[in-house]
Design a binder for this molecule. Structure first.
Ligand code: HEC
Length: 134
């Protein structure tokens, strides 16, 4: 009897952990908090005059897919100069190790938190990442 209960418990644990791994929202939250929140804040509120808040909707209207390039390459690239703000000498760093799906999940996480626009699809993001200029 104990064995059965244990097996059932294990089964649910397994089911739960797999679901959470496949939940883009949770993965986006995890990656956002790991790679972005130190500078931009847990809720994208920014950090005083050091780091910009992510609440601005101007760039999401005009160049929404370019944000994928910004996340991967940082702001050194002149073609991404429109993302420059007036935040001192600090630069948005590159994140070359982020995968296409990490970037997609992070953007969708921020989107549902702040921008409330149409979600990004993985296809759009991978097409865009091929076009980013180094
Ligand atoms: C080391 C701190 C730091 C980290 C980590 C960081 N950023 Fe930034 N980010 C910046 C700075 C500084 C700027 C403004 C750069 C400028 O004005 O030249 C910026 C700019 C941006 C912008 C453009 C904002 C605007 O109003 O134009 C977006 C979007 C952005 N970051 C998203 C992210 C995301 C998403 C992550 C996580 C993958 C991230 N950043 C990680 C420091 C950081």
């Amino acid at each position: 009897m104990k064995k059965t209960v244990c097996l059932i418990a294990l089964f649910f644990l397994f089911l739960f952990s797999c679901n959470s791994l496949q939940n883009p929202y949770k993965e986006g939250k995890y990656s956002y908090e790991k790679h972005c929140a130190d500078c931009h804040g847990v809720q994208g509120e920014g950090l005083g005059k050091l780091y910009p808040s992510l609440k601005s909707k101007e760039f999401i209207e005009e160049r929404r897919l370019d944000i994928a390039c910004l996340l991967r390459l940082g702001i050194k690239n002149d073609s991404l100069a429109m993302f420059r703000t007036k935040y001192g000498d600090q630069e948005m760093p590159e994140n070359k190790w982020l995968s296409e799906s990490d970037i997609c999940n992070i953007l969708n996480y921020i989107n549902q938190m702040l921008w409330h626009k149409e979600p990004f699809t993985l296809n759009q993001i991978s097409e865009q990442l091929k076009k980013c200029k180094n």
